[in-house]
Design a protein around this ligand. Structure first.
Ligand SMILES: [Zn+2]
Length: 235
């Protein structure tokens, strides 16, 4: 199926958007990492202050290797910040650190979509891998056979969970960035006139999640089309 030119037609727009988003992330990050904050805090110090201000003294802030590898781990309640963000004193560093702190704030304030997203994580990651295998076997057996059709439908059902994950992930990511910008200013880490470069980095990062969602939707549509479920044609 990966040699099917129609497959590339389905996913091409999402791939192009993903490439564009990556370029935007790199360029906006580079730009904002050249601008020091007037407050002078590092990303790690900013995250610590934002967490403490909300009473989240138990959430740890740790460095992690990699470029833009920053994330919040809800299980161990840890923010892991890449070296440039952890030590950096730029608008890019505090913006990304605040976004990750935003996820910890979401958890503390029982933000609904975050709980749904975290619940879907195990199903979505293994489900999408299994669905590709099932779908390929289903195609070989052909949709005309009972078993082939059952496998195609099962793979489509499994992949739908991945699409749901991506759809729920969007509000989670947008909300984390919204909180980040708000608390950065409220806690005096940056002032309102320093927000624009932060906004550009976080918007570019959000675009990568939009691309991932579009990619999952187009993948699902391809599965439906290939399984013959998009047309009323019977053959
Ligand atoms: Zn995030």
């Amino acid at each position: 199926m990966f040699l099917d030119p129609v497959y590339f037609l389905f996913i091409a727009p999402a791939v192009l958007l993903a490439i564009y988003a990556q370029v935007r992330v790199k360029s906006t990050y580079h730009e904002a990492s050249q601008i020091p904050t007037r407050g002078g805090l590092t990303g790690a110090e900013a995250a610590r202050r934002l967490l403490d201000a909300d009473g989240l003294t138990n959430v740890r802030v740790e460095p992690v290797d990699g470029f833009l590898s920053d994330h919040y781990d809800p299980r161990s309640e840890t923010l892991r910040l890449s070296p440039d963000v952890f030590e950096g004193r730029s608008l890019a560093a505090v913006g990304i650190a605040a976004h990750e702190a935003g996820h910890a704030l979401q958890k503390a304030h029982h933000y609904g979509p975050l709980a749904i997203r975290n619940g879907l994580v195990p199903l979505a990651s293994t489900g999408s891998q299994i669905s590709f295998v099932l779908f390929s076997i289903g195609l070989v057996l052909s949709a005309a056979s009972g078993l082939g059709r059952a496998m195609l439908l099962a793979s489509i059902a499994l992949f739908t969970i991945s699409v749901l994950f991506q759809l729920v992930n969007l509000p989670v990511e947008f909300d984390a960035s919204r909180r980040a910008k708000l608390v950065l200013v409220q806690n005096g880490i940056i002032s309102a006139d320093e927000l624009q470069p932060v906004n550009r980095v976080l918007s570019a990062a959000a675009l990568t999640y939009v691309a991932a969602t579009l990619s999952a939707i187009m993948q699902l549509l391809y599965f439906l089309w290939r399984a013959g479920l998009l047309s009323s044609r019977r053959d």
